[in-house]
Design a protein around this ligand. Sequence first.
Ligand code: ADP
Ligand code: MG
Length: 424
Amino acid sequence: HTPPHTQTQPQSTPPKALPPKSKTLLTIQNLAQARTHRRTHQNELRAAQAGLDSSERDIMGFKRAIQVFRDNVDKDEVVCEKGDARIRVFVRKRPLNYREQGISTLFDTLTPTKTTLHLHEPKTRMDLTKTIETHSFAFDGVFDEFVGNRGVYERTVLGMVKSMFDGGRGTVFAYGQTGSGKTHTVFGNGEDTIGLYEYACRDIFQHYTTHPDSHSLSLHICFFEIYSGQAYDLLSSRTRVHLLEDAHGMVRIQGLKEIPVTTLKHLLDLVKMGTNTRTTGSTEANPDSSRSHAVFQIRLRKNHKVIGKFSVVDLAGSERGVERGNVGKRERFEGAEINKSLLALKECIRALYRSRSSQSMKQHIPFRASKLTQILRDSFVGARSQTVMIATVSPGSNSVDHSLNTLRYADRVKELRRKGGGGG
Ligand code: ADP
Ligand code: MG
């Protein structure tokens, strides 16, 4: 701020010995100065408030439009499933967190119904009024912010766990933007909320210990990470393990630890250790967890032969692949690898779904397009395999673009259609 102009002495007259300013004059000058300061400050405040008011008015406009939609939406709308039920796609909306709730300009843009998720994209009309554009996507199931991990488990993975003892292979993928709840869903929050993998393992051990053939059965786990096309063993201090590809495009991971587990506690301790290995210290050699895919597998062996398998995959943040900006060579390579593997995954599940649903000629499944899909190949193929994808989305208005990308990705896997309406 420029100080108020209080100089009264003309500049042109040469400075003589001025009489000392009287106390009264100083007081008057100070008062004037203070008043000018106060006025400037008030003007600034008024301008700021005017700005705030208009943005708050905008937010109100968006929220009102969303509320009108919610008041009229069919909450029980259910999409009829006709295709192959061994491939299912779900979407999960996480709640706005404590921090997000404190941001006055942030609002919830997602309206879940039983099998449709509506995303409201804020738009400004030509006349500057505020409106929303709603994109609707149908899935096998939608979890709103009030469904806990137990509820998600029961509807997605429980059936796979049972079939594991009849030779079944089940795989669950968590796909979504970083911070949308992938790890929370599959591995829990490390505190009071346990993940899908733990619910599954509890039930697997329950079946295992009470099984009539339990003397000939054994359980084994592996836990590894795929980062930039390389694999790292999370049960062995993150040592790099080598991927070996045979002539048929099958990939084996040489040197990967497969640890036999006889108690649930032993298993949980090992995974906890692996999860810590995954999240502690982010360096060039050990990237943060949003940049790698984590794969946990539990195998059921009967007299050493694998008869059942269950896999959990916590995918790399989906924004990595599409993110642009001022990034280095390594990040670009990394982003390209993530992009490649997520696209390959989508195309594989999609092709598998189509070939199973149409009963037609065997369709080509493009497993070879990425290391991730090559490694997981045996979990997809075969009559007894089941695949679940859980797409996680953040509800905040600052995540609309990422959420839209996630919903489009998940939608492409099966392309379920709502009654009387398309998606997106
Ligand atoms: P991601 O693995 O996709 O990057 P996280 O699972 O780490 O995201 O989730 C980010 C934060 O949001 C974590 O603090 C997590 O506990 C919280 N969170 C995610 N999903 C939920 C949910 N459904 N309910 C409550 N908190 C959640
Ligand atoms: Mg995570």
